[in-house]
Design a protein around this ligand. Structure first.
Ligand code: FMN
Length: 175
């Protein structure tokens, strides 16, 4: 083992591996729309596109997703950093997050959960497998529709580094 390396805590390894953009998951249950921040997800197939996402059973969004089996994954940019984090530090149990954080709910085309108008991309999803929900809070989703702002990339997405630290993407290199 290189002497220049030091041991890294096992329970922090997700900080090294999980660098996808922070996203905002919207659900709609019994007419009530909600938003939560999410970092723990991965693509597991591209055609048809499928995702695996982890939503803690403590979260209000968990019950909404489990019963409606539909959500939208909205991708914010740095302009929405503060509102996005607020969506991850408050619960739909107590707060109407669309109203409180001034975000716009737009109708989706294939699911009842709303799109967040201010996000640059919106991914409509349906739950297709809940076998791992009990054990790992893990839902398998199929993407059924995707919307994107017709602006040039790269987008300045935000990536959680732990605590109150975020990295902003945006540089593109060709290798
Ligand atoms: C940057 C960030 C990323 C988060 N990622 C996740 C995640 O992947 N899974 C999860 O269950 N909670 C995650 N959370 C926490 C939830 O967003 C938080 O518990 C939220 O209050 C849940 O809202 P709800 O009760 O309205 O569903 C994250 C929070 C932040 C700030």
């Amino acid at each position: 083992m290189a002497k220049t390396k030091k041991e890294y805590p096992l329970n922090q390894v997700h900080r090294l591996l999980q660098s996808g953009p922070v996203v905002l998951v919207t659900t709609s249950n019994k007419g009530k729309a909600n938003i939560m921040a999410m970092s723990w997800y991965t693509v597991i197939d591209s055609d048809p596109p499928k995702l695996a996402i982890v939503i803690s059973s403590d979260n209000y969004s968990f019950k909404a997703l489990r019963s409606t089996k539909e959500c939208v994954i909205n991708i914010p940019t740095v302009k929405l950093a503060s509102k996005s984090v607020s969506c991850g530090r408050s619960s739909g149990k107590e707060v109407d997050k669309f109203k409180t954080y001034g975000l716009t709910a737009l109708p989706a085309s294939k699911v009842k959960a709303p799109l967040i108008g201010e996000c640059y991309a919106n991914v409509e999803c349906k739950v297709i497998d809940m076998k791992m929900v009990e054990k790992y809070d893990l839902f398998i989703l199929e993407v059924v529709k995707v919307w994107i702002d017709p602006v040039k990339r790269p987008q300045k997405t935000i990536h959680h580094l732990g605590g109150d630290k975020f990295m902003v993407a945006g540089n593109v290199i060709r290798v």
